[in-house]
Design a protein around this ligand. Sequence first.
Ligand SMILES: Nc1ncnc2c1ncn2[C@@H]1O[C@H](COP(=O)(O)OP(=O)(O)O)[C@@H](O)[C@H]1O
Ligand SMILES: [Mg+2]
Length: 416
Amino acid sequence: MTATRHLIGLLLGTEEDWPTAFEEILGRLGPVAGTGGSRHAFDIERITIEPFSLRDRPRYALVIDRLAYWYYHPREWLKKVALMDGVYLLNSPFTFQSMEKHAAYCAMMRLGLKVPDTVLVPYKNPVDNARYAYTAERYNKPFDLDAIAQRIGYPLFMKPYDGGAWRGVSRVSNAAELHAAYDQSGEMLMHLQKAIDYDVFARSLSIGAETMVMRFQPEQPMHLRYAVDHEFLSPQVGGEVVTIGRLVNAFFRWEFNSCETLVKGGDVYPIDYANACPDVALTSLHYYFPWAIKALVKWCVFVLVTGRRPRLDLEADRFYEIADQPGASYGDKLGGYRQLAAAYFETGRYHDFCAASLPHIDEIVLDWVTGPAFDRLLIQTVRSTYPAYEHERFVAHLRGLIDLWIADETARLRAG
Ligand SMILES: Nc1ncnc2c1ncn2[C@@H]1O[C@H](COP(=O)(O)OP(=O)(O)O)[C@@H](O)[C@H]1O
Ligand SMILES: [Mg+2]
């Protein structure tokens, strides 16, 4: 029987590491069995930027986008293929129209999550628009920045409403720092947010129905930020962090996203969870990189083989109904959200599918990571990321962490 072929498009910026890994694993996987004896094969292409007619039919069944958050021509192409052609997108630019932190904060506050108190203040410098002077003079009310900061309480963070990669983020401890940060904000629109004096920073990466919660150390240089630590949260807090990440994603229909939460005692405070293009670099994820690539391959294959349909609508009311249940505790609501998220991501069906149709994927990935192709990728990635005098050190550092993963994964597969 001939296999149905599915073409996956990669819309990429500068990265080479995970796309190479993704192509490699999908290639080694070969055709996959679907229901009723059907067979499915996968091709991958890196998408190039070209003029397109709005009535062109795209060849892709699924696209992983890492580019549209700053490059608008491919973003408009993605919107076209989402609206007109039903192409499955990770992630849809429609849902990322509300990708700025601000909308994500609003939605998660509305659902009763512990988002720290946050205030949006008007632009410091005039907006570049001929109408601004008149409008601002007439309608911008003077406001007392110090009073706002005092109400929130020091220390606090000032950060762009649509931030990313720590651009424009400052920690503010007093009035002098507050004014200095605001003066510097210029044409950026800023939030003031209460600082959480956290015990531990948990960063979770979700890919489809799977989530990896990692201990994150923002004070460290990039290659040391993700700590390999499997038991840094109690089972209950760990479960809450996973639920919050999946809730955010199910709410906005994001399927490839990272979520930052600050944990203090038994409380989990989500602070940054609208990352359209989450960091999946080999040099930062190291130990967790094989998991990420495997999860991405599994999710794409699941989507294509089962014919999962992309959804543009948010159906926010279904979440709000849970938020508004009279007498429901925070824990009750999390339970309700967990169910909605599991339904959106078809978690049960996904795991059944992986068990039936991808029975050897763990061995395939382990075999690849253990072999020379992975080591070549590791060396290439280090060479393209770091200056020459640091190559040796970083190759050794990454090999050490990957060896640790190989040992753990080998033990896990033997035990299972
Ligand atoms: N409310 C907060 N309490 C404590 N730390 C914070 C808070 N907001 C931001 N930070 C710190 O600043 C960093 C950058 O802020 P974040 O909101 O994650 O912006 P970005 O999108 O630029 O990553 C966070 O990783 C964290 O270390
Ligand atoms: Mg962040």
